[in-house]
Design a protein. Sequence first.
Length: 650
Amino acid sequence: MHRLIVVGGPEGGKVFDLRPGQYVVGRAPGVDVLLAEESVSRRHALITVAEDAVTVLDLDSHNGTRVNGQLVKMAPVGEGDELRFGSIHTMLERVPAPATATVWVEPPEGDILLSRTAAFGAPLGGGKQNVPVPLPEDARRLAILYEVGTAIAGTVELPELLQRVLAAIFDAVPAERGAILLWDDVEGQWRPAATHARCRGTAGLPSRECSGEPTAGQASSATPAVSRAIIERAFEARRPLLSGDASADARFGASDSIAAHAIRSTICCPLMVRDERVGVLHLDTARATDAFSEDDVRLVGAIANQAAIAIANARLHDALRQENVQLRRALGSRRCIVGTSPAMRELMNLVQRVSQTDATVLVRGESGTGKEVVAGALHALGPRRARPFVCVNCAAVPETLLESELFGHEKGAFTGAVERRIGRFEQASGGTVFLDEVAEMPPSTQAKVLRVLQEREFQRVGGSRSIRVDVRLIASTNRDLEAALVSGDFRQDLYYRLKVIEIILPPLRERREDIAPLCEHFLGELARDMGRQAPAVDAAALRLLEGYAWPGNVRELRNVLERALVLGVGERLLPRHLPREVRRGIVAREDLPDDLALSAAERRHVAAVLAFTNWNKTRAASLLRISRPRLDRKVRDYGLRPPARGGRGE
């Protein structure tokens, strides 16, 4: 299960449980995730939750949806990702399933009675609470060890784990106070991680747990009742330490902490893993009648050994999880489709629909338009997301080696084949193979790829055994495949096999309104990689960026922004930080129009700006730096008219 947590603001603290299904986010009555804030649209976004994936889709909201600061139409999200709806910041969290331990022993006649509920969720007896269960003492302690092991196996959150360990110990030994402290290697000191205490009845017998003590996940606000002298002696001995009367024990000398905390009988267990100190378990009682026994210290020592390993594993799990979140954020930003133009909205909707199938996809577009990004999004949003995504650039591999690269080879298949090699199709089993620049593939290899598409099997180079494989194929090209069919450079049967679904990416010059969000995305990504603050884009610089033809498309834009950051742009990206060709708006000779008169150039420019603003004259006048009446005169003098399908914007 997942959980959406609102961070800060008037809605801060709200928590929404997200079980598998779909949830509408917005401020309208009746939505699933209600965020009553004006910046949130009535129906702002749709969150789709599956067992192993979460996807967010913006529902054409007024202020947009952002994932980790990036404006998105649709994107996969995972644990630790930040989602922003308007001005509301939320965090996605994955909630592990609770671990339960169920123990039920049929009560024979006689023996000692144990009456309690399990410390780890479900009551002992599979739901039968406070049922007397007669167990011999050894069996009782064995049951406690079993419960501790079950809790450790089912809990990875460290505060909850330590609190459960202490609760189990208090079920077994007559301790009044207990604490687990963890060693901070950086600061070189002990830090309280969990505490537990038991109140006493009037007869001096255990009656109930003190209500003022911290529960799972909380730390004690006060210093726990522990003695550093006792802890030091335990680590010197490197084994559990038992004292029946700590105040009179010569091993501790004149310890002020023993007297200050009224410690009488104590058990102190060093928590160590591979000779490294992890923490310490400290138990004590102030009553001489409740002194700990040798059996108690053996049981607590066994639990402490398990706890030490569990602490080390929990810390490793937390470190790996944080690293995984950071890697997925970095990977997600590089597979994120950015854009708000109608063409990109249509593209995103198509990617969303196609990603849920195993259909073969042919992605076409000019060099630098982001074909690999689209292929990565198709994989990340689809049912094969947990399996490999393998990319092969057919133009970068020599023709003589491409077949071996794709299908592998057997030992001795050719000179230099000193061992068997697994090909990319086998590496991607269960996942996706992306063939970039597929038009550069030689005809002999095209025939083998066709067989994989038709029969789902192939043979390694030099092999005789057919290998079956389950992969999805995505291909891309910037060449004219139809012309390649006529010239015989590309097989017609493979062409139709690849073109089950065709996705055509528009060049950047045809979607200039996407330049601003692309700049924000790339500057944020590049600045994070460089450990810097992302600069804002000056309005004059943005006009130059939007006016440039971008023959290298999105890739060229990213390179221009990276160049500016490397050369030391400050808090704002100014025109002087841009390359000369962008500042001058250089146009290739073959792109020059036939009519070079100044009035004709002005007419073309005014028409282009009006088209760019969808005939919003107020915005167009601002971009042209002229008054609105002057723009109206130019529209009238040049005979300009808005497109027939749209109205005149204001």
